[in-house]
Design a protein around this ligand. Structure first.
Ligand SMILES: Cc1cc2nc3c(=O)[nH]c(=O)nc-3n(C[C@H](O)[C@H](O)[C@H](O)COP(=O)(O)O)c2cc1C
Length: 199
């Protein structure tokens, strides 16, 4: 798909059919995601990939109680064949920036030395690449928060204790859905967000 089309067509999908996504398609999307930019080329991002009903149901059982499920506004989100949770490793950035070519930055001291947590910046780039890769495959995708469930997901799927999740990405074949309230907010016109020369 042309780049311009890809950017303009991508919207979050919150309803999926049960149709499976080929393993090879999933691997292509993951391969795209690992090619995103990464501060110092630290490249710490790893992906928890859940495919098929059995694995994705474990995720939903971990994060969505039966009580909340009754009133969950996006029940067809749970049909998504694939869930990908990118995890970043803040300490890997500290170690990388303690290497000779980066040590002058002072960022090798600790995670607290970072005014901008680049692990989440890099994670966002990987997530965006996944969203665009899904669009490119003709699939729908939703980036959504783990909110208070990060520890439970970490424990439930054996993720190392020092990793942080930036969100989860559901991917699958689109089903018709009503738009979210957020999606109803118009994009701000370019002239109101661009400050040329000064703010
Ligand atoms: C960091 C981040 C977190 C988000 N979390 C959620 C979420 O928890 N649930 C949800 O339905 N949408 C979530 N979204 C999707 C946004 O609502 C959506 O991107 C926004 O409304 C713009 O719509 P579009 O992406 O379809 O263009 C999230 C998006 C981002 C970037």
């Amino acid at each position: 798909m042309e780049f311009d089309q890809l950017i303009r067509h991508r919207r979050m999908t919150r309803a999926f059919t049960d149709e499976a996504v080929d393993r090879s398609t999933v691997d292509r999307m993951l391969d795209a995601a690992r090619r995103g930019p990464s501060a110092g080329n630290t490249a710490s991002i790893e992906f928890l990939v859940l495919e098929g009903k059995e694995q994705t149901a474990r995720y939903w059982d971990t994060t969505l109680s039966s009580i909340r499920r009754e009133s969950f506004p996006w029940p067809e989100l749970l049909h998504a064949h694939v869930l990908i949770v990118p995890w970043v490793d803040p300490d890997a950035y500290v170690r990388r920036y303690d290497e000779p070519d980066k040590v002058r930055t002072g960022l090798g001291a600790s995670v607290d030395a970072w005014s901008v947590p680049y692990w989440f910046v890099d994670g966002g780039a990987a997530a965006m690449t996944l969203l665009l890769a899904a669009e490119n495959e003709g699939l729908g995708a939703l980036l959504f928060g783990l909110f208070e469930h990060e520890d439970a997901v970490r424990a439930g799927f054996g993720v190392p204790a020092d990793r942080r999740a930036l969100g989860a990405i559901a991917i699958g074949h689109r089903a018709p859905a009503r738009p979210s309230q957020s999606a109803g907010r118009a994009r701000r016109p370019l002239a109101t967000i661009v400050h040329r020369g000064s703010w």
